[in-house]
Design a protein around this ligand. Structure first.
Ligand code: SAM
Length: 264
């Protein structure tokens, strides 16, 4: 899918890119090919694509013979894809409201940047069975994905990423690789699931959100809405966590321990 092809489709179909949906369509065939290869898809895989747009990734993915489901919020784009892609199920809805009927092995998305954090939190909470996730994100979002405790960017998203599996920065993507061109540089990243990611669930995501609900307050204050003071003191004692700790100071594995102790 090159720039001319994207422009032709938009003209033929009367499609105007909607910035409110973060619509910047990928038009660099080398980059598209690299993203598809990073997914390491096998024929028997169930693959989920979020935000297929005009199909830059969808068309090559659909040629792999896998079981492909694509979730697209935009009615016009979903209608276009439904009538032009064979070998993929196109679901026309907001991914944040999407309820999957089955598990997926691979997740791939050129993520709409305006809703990146919510989409990634939902994926790690509800789709953590997937063995591989490959994303295009805004370059400046990398600091929130791969960061250490006690930094300004550290929060639920970084913790979920760390607990899901191994993270790999793959390559940068210039703004010239899109139609229309965004103002920022992008990056392709990938995650490979590890066994300890069994903790990940929608409840665990909610627990992390609670832990960080008042970021500057002590963690125990945030936790009183989900556990008694005695339970919190007991759990902190068990893991050698100071009474005065703030959420941003704990390692990802400590959140997993606290969650198991307090919530299950
Ligand atoms: N995958 C295509 C590509 O690489 O050219 C399009 C990527 S574009 C950056 C993001 C896509 O996500 C758009 O098609 C947009 O309509 C869709 N989208 C935005 N918000 C969404 C949501 N909440 N649920 C599902 N799709 C969404």
């Amino acid at each position: 899918m090159d720039r001319d092809r994207i422009k032709n489709i938009m003209q033929e179909q009367g499609i105007l890119p909607q910035s409110r949906f973060g619509q910047n369509f990928l038009c660099d065939e080398k980059i598209i090919q690299s993203i598809v290869e990073l997914c390491e898809i096998k024929k028997e895989d169930r693959v989920l694509e979020i935000g297929p747009g005009l199909g830059s990734l969808t068309f090559p993915l659909s040629e792999l013979g896998c079981d492909l489901t694509c979730v697209e919020i935009d009615n016009g784009l979903a209608a276009y894809l439904s009538s032009h892609v064979t070998g993929a199920e196109i679901v026309n809805c907001d991914f944040l409201k999407y309820e999957a009927a089955s598990c997926h092995d691979v997740v791939v998305s050129n993520i709409p940047y305006y809703v990146m954090t919510d989409i990634m939190k939902k994926l790690f909470g509800e789709f953590s069975d997937a063995r591989k996730m490959v994303f295009m994100v805004e370059d400046e979002a990398l600091a929130r994905i791969d960061c250490s405790p006690a930094t300004k960017q550290y929060g639920p998203l970084a913790i979920l990423c760390a607990l899901y599996g191994s993270y790999s920065f793959e390559f940068k993507v210039p703004h010239t690789a899109f139609v229309p061109q965004p103002n920022t540089t992008s990056a392709v990243i990938s995650f490979t699931r590890c066994v300890t990611s069994d903790i990940l669930s929608p409840e665990f995501v909610r627990f992390l959100n609670t832990c960080f609900s008042m970021r500057r307050k002590m963690l125990k204050k945030n936790l009183v809405s989900v556990a008694s003071s005695d339970e919190i003191t007991g759990a902190f004692g068990k893991f050698g966590i100071s009474e005065n700790v703030r959420a941003e100071e704990l390692e990802p594995a400590q959140f997993a321990g606290l969650y198991r102790e307090l919530m299950s």
